[in-house]
Design a protein around this ligand. Sequence first.
Ligand SMILES: Cc1cc2nc3c(=O)[nH]c(=O)nc-3n(C[C@H](O)[C@H](O)[C@H](O)COP(=O)(O)O)c2cc1C
Length: 196
Amino acid sequence: MRDEHHHSVDTTLTDQTMRMSFIDGMSRVATSVTIVTTDGEAGRFGLTVSAMSSVTADPPTLLICVNRRNPMDAAIRSNGVFGVNALRADQRWVAETFAGRPRRGNPYDFQAGAWHIENTGSPLLTGAVAWFDCVMIAAHHVGTHTIAIGRVVAAGSEPGTPLIYGRRSFGELVQLPTNNEGASEWPYPIWDEPDL
Ligand SMILES: Cc1cc2nc3c(=O)[nH]c(=O)nc-3n(C[C@H](O)[C@H](O)[C@H](O)COP(=O)(O)O)c2cc1C
């Protein structure tokens, strides 16, 4: 039986095929790149994370997804605080450092950037296009990962264009129009949109 609310499962797709389709689809979903940090009794850690989202502005809340095998997971849950730093396009090497595979320097070395502290003690990256200082309010295990939800207690931003990750590569946005004249140069005019 199949209707709008009860989709039948295609049993010709094995779990492994479904997993590959999921990974391939997600590789095409472009995201900003963040460095998630924490500091406290469990120690100081940083990790490159693309799985970050706003949850609500009332009150200011965001979420991140961290692999439970990564030491960052236990550290965040123990410290109870974390920082989220959205990288600027020219900070790609910071992303590589905190993904554990820098071309130069040492993996996970905080010398890859300059850091400042606000409320929670979590390191916040100088030059990041946006940073959010968070107190963890909930953590949910889902499969291999932990969804950590943070109440934002301090936030700031700096000029610059964000670093983007998609198709397993780093990239950069082209400049978006900043005035109404620019809007007429948009490559996808609204009158070409198909009826949905
Ligand atoms: C662009 C990018 C985004 C990533 N996003 C996440 C993420 O959202 N959550 C996560 O747990 N790991 C994420 N990782 C992986 C970690 O940064 C890190 O590379 C990995 O945990 C290292 O594992 P390994 O030491 O087993 O290789 C990402 C890595 C890259 C390069």
